[in-house]
Design a protein around this ligand. Structure first.
Ligand SMILES: Nc1ncnc2c1ncn2[C@@H]1O[C@H](COP(=O)(O)OP(=O)(O)O)[C@@H](O)[C@H]1O
Ligand SMILES: [Mg+2]
Length: 293
Protein backbone atom coordinates (compact mmCIF):
# COMPACT_ATOMS: atom_id res chain seq x y z
CA UNK A 1 0.00 0.00 0.00
CA UNK A 2 1.25 3.47 -0.90
CA UNK A 3 -0.06 6.68 0.67
CA UNK A 4 -0.47 9.98 -1.16
CA UNK A 5 -1.54 13.26 0.40
CA UNK A 6 -3.19 16.04 -1.60
CA UNK A 7 -2.43 19.31 0.15
CA UNK A 8 -1.91 23.04 -0.32
CA UNK A 9 -0.57 26.16 1.34
CA UNK A 10 -3.53 28.29 0.26
CA UNK A 11 -7.16 27.23 0.69
CA UNK A 12 -9.75 26.74 -2.05
CA UNK A 13 -7.26 25.74 -4.76
CA UNK A 14 -9.07 22.52 -5.76
CA UNK A 15 -7.66 19.84 -3.42
CA UNK A 16 -10.94 18.06 -2.74
CA UNK A 17 -12.05 17.97 -6.37
CA UNK A 18 -8.63 16.69 -7.38
CA UNK A 19 -8.58 14.08 -4.56
CA UNK A 20 -11.99 12.69 -5.45
CA UNK A 21 -11.34 12.51 -9.17
CA UNK A 22 -7.81 11.18 -8.82
CA UNK A 23 -9.07 8.51 -6.42
CA UNK A 24 -11.79 7.54 -8.90
CA UNK A 25 -9.37 7.52 -11.84
CA UNK A 26 -6.94 5.25 -9.95
CA UNK A 27 -9.83 2.97 -8.96
CA UNK A 28 -10.96 2.78 -12.59
CA UNK A 29 -7.43 1.64 -13.44
CA UNK A 30 -7.99 -1.29 -11.11
CA UNK A 31 -6.20 -0.09 -7.98
CA UNK A 32 -8.00 -0.63 -4.68
CA UNK A 33 -8.22 2.92 -3.34
CA UNK A 34 -9.06 4.26 0.11
CA UNK A 35 -9.86 7.99 0.25
CA UNK A 36 -9.43 9.62 3.65
CA UNK A 37 -11.14 12.96 4.25
CA UNK A 38 -8.50 14.59 6.42
CA UNK A 39 -9.74 18.17 6.18
CA UNK A 40 -10.71 17.75 9.81
CA UNK A 41 -13.40 20.12 10.95
CA UNK A 42 -14.14 21.37 7.40
CA UNK A 43 -14.74 18.03 5.72
CA UNK A 44 -16.63 17.96 2.44
CA UNK A 45 -15.64 14.91 0.38
CA UNK A 46 -18.96 13.25 1.27
CA UNK A 47 -20.90 16.35 0.21
CA UNK A 48 -19.11 16.52 -3.14
CA UNK A 49 -19.80 12.82 -3.74
CA UNK A 50 -23.48 13.13 -2.83
CA UNK A 51 -23.02 10.78 0.13
CA UNK A 52 -24.75 11.13 3.46
CA UNK A 53 -22.26 9.81 5.99
CA UNK A 54 -24.03 8.48 9.09
CA UNK A 55 -20.78 7.91 10.93
CA UNK A 56 -17.52 9.76 10.56
CA UNK A 57 -14.01 10.01 12.00
CA UNK A 58 -15.62 11.99 14.80
CA UNK A 59 -17.29 8.77 15.99
CA UNK A 60 -13.95 6.99 15.82
CA UNK A 61 -12.23 9.46 18.14
CA UNK A 62 -15.19 10.00 20.47
CA UNK A 63 -17.17 6.74 20.47
CA UNK A 64 -14.50 4.14 20.06
CA UNK A 65 -15.84 2.97 16.71
CA UNK A 66 -13.26 1.42 14.42
CA UNK A 67 -12.41 2.84 10.99
CA UNK A 68 -14.13 -0.19 9.46
CA UNK A 69 -17.39 0.94 11.13
CA UNK A 70 -17.39 4.25 9.27
CA UNK A 71 -16.13 3.00 5.90
CA UNK A 72 -18.36 4.01 2.96
CA UNK A 73 -18.26 2.09 -0.31
CA UNK A 74 -18.27 4.69 -3.10
CA UNK A 75 -17.84 2.64 -6.26
CA UNK A 76 -15.86 -0.30 -7.63
CA UNK A 77 -12.46 -0.34 -5.89
CA UNK A 78 -13.10 2.96 -4.08
CA UNK A 79 -13.95 3.38 -0.39
CA UNK A 80 -14.16 6.54 1.71
CA UNK A 81 -13.39 7.39 5.32
CA UNK A 82 -15.60 10.46 5.86
CA UNK A 83 -14.92 13.19 8.38
CA UNK A 84 -17.23 15.66 10.09
CA UNK A 85 -17.64 19.35 9.50
CA UNK A 86 -17.80 21.99 12.22
CA UNK A 87 -16.39 20.08 15.16
CA UNK A 88 -13.38 21.39 17.03
CA UNK A 89 -12.45 17.97 18.39
CA UNK A 90 -11.42 16.90 14.89
CA UNK A 91 -9.82 20.22 14.09
CA UNK A 92 -7.66 19.86 17.16
CA UNK A 93 -6.77 16.17 17.20
CA UNK A 94 -4.85 15.23 20.32
CA UNK A 95 -1.75 13.04 20.28
CA UNK A 96 -3.95 10.19 21.55
CA UNK A 97 -6.48 10.72 18.71
CA UNK A 98 -3.68 10.69 16.13
CA UNK A 99 -2.05 7.61 17.57
CA UNK A 100 -5.40 5.85 17.49
CA UNK A 101 -6.07 6.85 13.88
CA UNK A 102 -2.64 5.74 12.71
CA UNK A 103 -2.95 2.48 14.58
CA UNK A 104 -6.34 1.82 12.98
CA UNK A 105 -5.13 2.82 9.50
CA UNK A 106 -2.31 0.35 9.82
CA UNK A 107 -4.74 -2.58 9.90
CA UNK A 108 -7.27 -1.21 7.43
CA UNK A 109 -4.76 -0.23 4.72
CA UNK A 110 -3.66 -3.82 4.20
CA UNK A 111 -6.65 -4.32 1.92
CA UNK A 112 -5.80 -1.40 -0.39
CA UNK A 113 -3.21 -0.47 -3.00
CA UNK A 114 -3.37 3.27 -2.39
CA UNK A 115 -4.46 5.59 0.43
CA UNK A 116 -5.35 9.09 -0.81
CA UNK A 117 -5.47 11.75 1.88
CA UNK A 118 -7.40 14.96 1.18
CA UNK A 119 -5.93 17.37 3.73
CA UNK A 120 -6.91 20.87 4.81
CA UNK A 121 -4.87 23.88 3.70
CA UNK A 122 -2.00 25.63 5.40
CA UNK A 123 0.58 24.86 8.01
CA UNK A 124 -1.69 23.75 10.85
CA UNK A 125 -0.65 20.74 12.90
CA UNK A 126 -3.28 18.36 11.52
CA UNK A 127 -2.34 19.19 7.95
CA UNK A 128 1.37 18.70 8.59
CA UNK A 129 0.65 15.46 10.46
CA UNK A 130 -1.29 13.90 7.57
CA UNK A 131 1.33 14.99 5.06
CA UNK A 132 3.98 13.43 7.24
CA UNK A 133 2.13 10.10 6.98
CA UNK A 134 2.23 10.11 3.19
CA UNK A 135 4.81 8.40 0.98
CA UNK A 136 4.20 11.06 -1.64
CA UNK A 137 2.95 14.62 -1.07
CA UNK A 138 1.07 16.26 -3.95
CA UNK A 139 1.01 20.04 -3.49
CA UNK A 140 -1.83 21.82 -5.26
CA UNK A 141 -1.39 25.43 -6.29
CA UNK A 142 -3.03 27.89 -8.64
CA UNK A 143 -1.01 30.39 -10.69
CA UNK A 144 -1.46 33.35 -8.31
CA UNK A 145 1.46 35.02 -6.49
CA UNK A 146 -0.20 34.53 -3.08
CA UNK A 147 -0.74 30.84 -3.77
CA UNK A 148 2.89 30.50 -4.82
CA UNK A 149 4.26 32.05 -1.62
CA UNK A 150 1.91 29.88 0.48
CA UNK A 151 3.01 26.80 -1.48
CA UNK A 152 6.65 27.58 -0.86
CA UNK A 153 5.96 28.14 2.87
CA UNK A 154 4.39 24.68 2.96
CA UNK A 155 7.30 23.08 1.10
CA UNK A 156 9.76 24.73 3.47
CA UNK A 157 8.04 23.63 6.67
CA UNK A 158 7.40 20.08 5.45
CA UNK A 159 11.00 19.76 4.41
CA UNK A 160 12.76 21.63 7.22
CA UNK A 161 10.63 20.55 10.17
CA UNK A 162 9.32 17.16 9.05
CA UNK A 163 12.09 15.96 6.77
CA UNK A 164 9.64 15.42 3.88
CA UNK A 165 11.65 15.30 0.66
CA UNK A 166 9.25 13.66 -1.77
CA UNK A 167 6.86 16.34 -3.01
CA UNK A 168 5.32 16.96 -6.43
CA UNK A 169 3.35 19.91 -7.72
CA UNK A 170 -0.10 20.05 -9.29
CA UNK A 171 -0.90 23.36 -10.97
CA UNK A 172 -4.67 23.75 -11.03
CA UNK A 173 -6.67 26.33 -12.97
CA UNK A 174 -3.77 27.01 -15.33
CA UNK A 175 -4.89 28.84 -18.48
CA UNK A 176 -2.29 27.04 -20.61
CA UNK A 177 0.38 24.37 -20.22
CA UNK A 178 2.96 27.17 -20.53
CA UNK A 179 1.50 28.96 -17.48
CA UNK A 180 1.70 25.72 -15.48
CA UNK A 181 5.28 25.13 -16.61
CA UNK A 182 6.21 28.66 -15.56
CA UNK A 183 4.68 28.20 -12.08
CA UNK A 184 6.50 24.89 -11.70
CA UNK A 185 9.79 26.40 -12.85
CA UNK A 186 9.59 29.19 -10.27
CA UNK A 187 8.77 26.91 -7.34
CA UNK A 188 11.30 24.34 -8.44
CA UNK A 189 13.98 26.99 -8.68
CA UNK A 190 13.46 28.39 -5.16
CA UNK A 191 13.05 24.91 -3.65
CA UNK A 192 16.30 23.83 -5.23
CA UNK A 193 18.18 27.01 -4.35
CA UNK A 194 17.01 27.45 -0.76
CA UNK A 195 16.29 23.87 0.30
CA UNK A 196 18.25 21.72 -2.13
CA UNK A 197 14.99 20.00 -2.97
CA UNK A 198 13.79 18.87 -6.38
CA UNK A 199 10.11 19.38 -7.09
CA UNK A 200 8.53 17.37 -9.90
CA UNK A 201 5.44 18.48 -11.79
CA UNK A 202 2.77 15.82 -11.22
CA UNK A 203 0.47 17.51 -13.70
CA UNK A 204 -1.55 20.57 -14.56
CA UNK A 205 -5.29 21.01 -14.83
CA UNK A 206 -7.20 23.69 -16.72
CA UNK A 207 -9.88 25.95 -15.37
CA UNK A 208 -12.99 24.11 -16.49
CA UNK A 209 -16.72 24.88 -16.03
CA UNK A 210 -17.28 21.09 -15.76
CA UNK A 211 -15.83 21.27 -12.22
CA UNK A 212 -18.46 23.77 -11.07
CA UNK A 213 -21.31 21.84 -12.64
CA UNK A 214 -20.08 18.55 -11.14
CA UNK A 215 -19.92 20.26 -7.72
CA UNK A 216 -23.50 21.49 -8.19
CA UNK A 217 -24.58 17.96 -9.17
CA UNK A 218 -22.66 16.53 -6.18
CA UNK A 219 -20.81 14.05 -8.31
CA UNK A 220 -17.23 13.53 -9.49
CA UNK A 221 -16.21 15.33 -12.69
CA UNK A 222 -15.11 11.98 -14.10
CA UNK A 223 -18.71 10.72 -13.79
CA UNK A 224 -20.39 14.00 -14.65
CA UNK A 225 -18.42 14.87 -17.80
CA UNK A 226 -15.79 12.24 -18.47
CA UNK A 227 -14.53 13.94 -21.64
CA UNK A 228 -14.10 17.42 -20.12
CA UNK A 229 -10.57 18.90 -20.13
CA UNK A 230 -10.38 18.54 -16.32
CA UNK A 231 -11.34 14.83 -16.49
CA UNK A 232 -8.75 14.20 -19.23
CA UNK A 233 -6.09 15.97 -17.17
CA UNK A 234 -6.96 13.87 -14.12
CA UNK A 235 -6.76 10.62 -16.10
CA UNK A 236 -3.34 11.58 -17.49
CA UNK A 237 -2.14 12.39 -13.98
CA UNK A 238 -3.55 9.11 -12.60
CA UNK A 239 -1.73 7.14 -15.32
CA UNK A 240 1.60 8.74 -14.39
CA UNK A 241 0.96 8.40 -10.67
CA UNK A 242 0.00 4.72 -10.97
CA UNK A 243 3.28 3.81 -12.64
CA UNK A 244 5.21 5.99 -10.20
CA UNK A 245 3.56 4.23 -7.26
CA UNK A 246 4.65 0.87 -8.62
CA UNK A 247 8.22 2.14 -8.58
CA UNK A 248 8.11 3.29 -4.95
CA UNK A 249 9.79 0.81 -2.60
CA UNK A 250 7.42 -1.48 -0.73
CA UNK A 251 7.13 -0.68 2.93
CA UNK A 252 9.54 -2.77 4.91
CA UNK A 253 7.81 -1.92 8.14
CA UNK A 254 4.25 -1.35 9.17
CA UNK A 255 2.63 2.02 8.61
CA UNK A 256 2.68 2.55 12.33
CA UNK A 257 6.39 1.81 12.91
CA UNK A 258 7.26 3.98 9.92
CA UNK A 259 5.34 6.87 11.40
CA UNK A 260 6.91 6.54 14.84
CA UNK A 261 10.35 6.66 13.24
CA UNK A 262 9.44 9.81 11.38
CA UNK A 263 8.16 11.40 14.58
CA UNK A 264 11.48 10.74 16.27
CA UNK A 265 13.32 12.24 13.30
CA UNK A 266 11.06 15.30 13.43
CA UNK A 267 11.78 15.78 17.07
CA UNK A 268 15.50 15.52 16.41
CA UNK A 269 15.19 18.19 13.72
CA UNK A 270 13.07 20.54 15.81
CA UNK A 271 15.51 20.23 18.69
CA UNK A 272 18.08 22.11 16.62
CA UNK A 273 18.54 25.60 18.09
CA UNK A 274 16.35 28.00 16.12
CA UNK A 275 19.17 30.54 15.88
CA UNK A 276 21.19 27.93 14.02
CA UNK A 277 18.39 27.48 11.52
CA UNK A 278 17.76 31.18 11.09
CA UNK A 279 21.38 32.15 10.63
CA UNK A 280 21.67 29.67 7.79
CA UNK A 281 21.72 31.51 4.45
CA UNK A 282 19.44 28.88 2.91
CA UNK A 283 16.64 29.99 5.23
CA UNK A 284 16.36 33.42 3.65
CA UNK A 285 12.96 34.08 2.16
CA UNK A 286 12.99 33.90 -1.62
CA UNK A 287 11.84 37.21 -3.09
CA UNK A 288 11.69 35.74 -6.59
CA UNK A 289 8.20 34.28 -5.95
CA UNK A 290 6.74 37.71 -5.39
CA UNK A 291 7.93 38.92 -8.78
CA UNK A 292 5.42 38.99 -11.55
CA UNK A 293 5.46 35.73 -13.50
N1 LIG B 1 -9.94 23.30 -12.45
C1 LIG B 1 -11.00 23.97 -11.96
N2 LIG B 1 -11.81 24.66 -12.80
C2 LIG B 1 -12.86 25.36 -12.33
N3 LIG B 1 -13.19 25.43 -11.02
C3 LIG B 1 -12.43 24.80 -10.14
C4 LIG B 1 -11.29 24.02 -10.55
N4 LIG B 1 -10.72 23.49 -9.45
C5 LIG B 1 -11.46 23.90 -8.40
N5 LIG B 1 -12.48 24.67 -8.80
C6 LIG B 1 -13.50 25.32 -7.94
O1 LIG B 1 -12.82 25.82 -6.79
C7 LIG B 1 -13.60 25.62 -5.62
C8 LIG B 1 -12.75 25.02 -4.53
O2 LIG B 1 -12.42 23.66 -4.87
P1 LIG B 1 -12.10 22.57 -3.75
O3 LIG B 1 -11.76 21.32 -4.47
O4 LIG B 1 -13.20 22.51 -2.75
O5 LIG B 1 -10.80 23.24 -3.11
P2 LIG B 1 -10.06 22.93 -1.72
O6 LIG B 1 -10.35 21.51 -1.36
O7 LIG B 1 -8.61 23.18 -2.02
O8 LIG B 1 -10.59 23.90 -0.73
C9 LIG B 1 -14.75 24.74 -5.99
O9 LIG B 1 -15.92 25.48 -5.90
C10 LIG B 1 -14.51 24.30 -7.41
O10 LIG B 1 -15.69 24.35 -8.14
MG1 LIG C 1 -11.13 20.67 0.42
Amino acid sequence: MKSISITSGKGGVGKTNISINLALALAKRGLRVLLLDADMGLANVDVLLGIHAERTLYDVVTNDLSLRDILVHVSDHLDLLPAHSGVLRLERLSDTDRTRLVDELDGLCEGYDALLIDTGAGIGENVLFFNDLADRVLLVTVPEPTALTDTYAMIKILNRSYGVDSMSLIVNQAATAAVAANVHEKLEEVSDRFLGLSLALAGSLPSDPAVCSAVQARTAVLEHDGESPFARGIRAMAARLASELEGLPRRQQSFWRDWIERQLRTRALSNQPRSQLHSHPECEEPSTLQNKH
